[in-house]
Design a protein around this ligand. Structure first.
Ligand SMILES: [Zn+2]
Length: 144
C-alpha cells in the first residue's frame, strides 16, 4: 500500500487501542511507525526485506520497551501496532511480506485477496483509507 494508506490505517488502529488514554501523541507516533518499514530502500536495504518481518516489529518494540521515551511509556506499543499494521496491509498485495525473515525469505500474502492487488492499487488504497476514517470516527465517538 501507499505510505499515506499505511500511516492512516496505523493511526486508525491506534485510535481504537489508545482510546482510553486520550493521547493523540501515541496515535501520531503509530502513524510514523506504520511507514518506517518502507524506509528500507532509502537507507540502502532491499525493499520488503527485514523491515517487513515480525522480527523487525519485535526488535523495534523491544528496544522501545527497554529504553522508553521520557513520558512515552507505551511507545513500544505504538511501534508494534504501526509495524504490524504495515505488515498486514502489505500482505494484502501480490508482493507479500517475508514475515519470518531472517529465518525464511519466503514472502507471505493472503492468496485470495492479494493475487491481483498491487501496492499502488487505487481501489485497495481508497478502501483502506475509508476503513481508517470509519475506525477513527468510531474511536472518537462520531459513529456508534
Ligand atoms: Zn511496505
Amino acid at each position: 500500500m501507499l505510505k499515506k494508506t499505511h500511516a492512516l490505517f496505523g493511526m486508525a488502529v491506534a485510535s481504537l487501542v489508545f482510546r482510553g488514554f486520550r493521547s493523540y501523541e501515541y496515535i501520531i507516533m503509530t502513524g510514523i511507525f506504520a511507514v518506517i518499514s518502507d524506509l528500507d530502500s532509502v537507507i540502502g536495504l532491499k525493499h520488503r526485506g527485514f523491515t517487513h518481518s515480525l522480527s523487525f516489529a519485535f526488535l523495534v518494540s523491544l528496544m522501545l520497551y527497554a529504553i522508553p521515551f521520557e513520558g512515552y511509556r507505551l511507545a513500544w506499543l505504538s511501534a508494534a501496532i504501526g509495524i504490524l499494521s504495515h505488515l498486514f496491509l502489505d500482505s494484502l498485495t501480490r508482493g507479500g511480506v517475508p514475515l519470518y525473515h531472517p529465518l525464511s525469505k519466503k514472502r507471505h500474502s493472503l492468496p485470495l485477496v492479494a493475487k491481483h492487488v498491487r501496492y499502488d492499487s487505487l481501489p485497495a488504497n481508497l478502501f483502506f483509507i475509508l476503513v481508517s476514517v470509519i475506525l477513527m470516527a468510531k474511536a472518537v465517538g462520531v459513529l456508534v
